[in-house]
Design a protein around this ligand. Structure first.
Ligand SMILES: C[S@@+](CC[C@H](N)C(=O)[O-])C[C@H]1O[C@@H](n2cnc3c(N)ncnc32)[C@H](O)[C@@H]1O
Length: 242
């Protein structure tokens, strides 16, 4: 057995132990709730652009991009562009792939900074609602014939995410992923998002569950959440299996 396959076997065994580790899961969740209350996800930048993510999810995305090697990463929800720049920089290191961002409101200063960024040649942006028919058609045209990875990180209501899943999950290539962020809202205290239209019972996780009940092409990759433990996307790493 090679040193590399011995290492992979030990990682696999560790992840399968972590999947059963209720104590660590509970501690991770407690920390996640406390850190979310302190706006932890707003602390980071990637290559100078603010990225509204937890570092553990970013590492999971790095593993996914390396494995999938997509031609096109489609992300709904651009904000300051940090996540677009992050995926584009991974494509740059891999030597392949482009990123297409969709946002209902691309602020001029954000657009300017993204367009001036060293990773800009791998990034394109479309402005409009991700669930508008004309936007879906534009993105479908961009995705045609490509190996596609989808990330949903825009409006986090049940209805919006379900509509995004119905529109964009079918674009995902077999073996690739549709990553749905902020499913963790379902597991947070009910008063955690007083100023938001989403909350417990109405959020990305409830949308994922409704979507999966009617679509057998995807399964939740539970190894990813077991390995990173801290994630804003529990039940949100959807792998296309057929
Ligand atoms: C959480 S932020 C995105 C964060 C970004 N992906 C990152 O990791 O840094 C959510 C973004 O979704 C956008 N958004 C809200 N409703 C939308 C819609 N209907 N269609 C597309 N984007 C929308 C907002 O304008 C906002 O920029």
């Amino acid at each position: 057995m090679s040193a590399d396959s011995e290492f992979s076997d030990s990682v696999t065994a560790n992840i399968s132990r972590l999947r059963q580790d209720a104590a660590l899961k509970s501690q991770s969740m407690n920390w996640l709730v406390a850190s979310a209350e302190r706006r932890y996800s707003y602390n980071f930048r990637w290559m100078g652009r603010p990225i509204i993510q937890y570092p553990q999810d970013m590492i999971a995305m790095q593993e996914i991009l390396w494995e999938v090697r997509p031609d096109l990463v489609i992300e709904t929800g651009i904000a300051h562009g940090g996540s677009l720049v992050y995926y584009a920089s991974l494509c740059q290191l891999i030597g392949h792939g482009e990123v297409l961002g969709v946002d209902i409101d691309i602020r001029p200063h954000n657009r300017k900074a993204i367009e001036a960024h060293p990773m800009a040649s791998r990034i394109r942006m479309l402005e409009g609602s991700s669930i508008e028919r004309s936007m879906i058609e534009r993105v479908q045209a961009e995705a045609a014939g490509k190996r596609v990875l989808v990330v949903l990180d825009s409006n986090h209501t049940h209805a919006h995410v379900l509509a995004e899943l119905q529109a964009y999950a079918p674009l995902v290539s077999v073996g690739s992923y549709c990553v749905v962020y902020d499913t963790v809202v379902e597991d947070m205290p009910p008063d955690a998002f007083p100023a938001r239209p989403w909350g417990v019972g109405d959020n990305p996780k409830t949308a994922v569950h409704e979507f999966l009940a009617g679509d057998g092409r995807f399964e939740i990759d539970r190894d990813i959440e077991a390995k990173i433990q801290i994630t804003v996307a529990p039940d949100g790493y959807l792998k296309r299996i057929r």
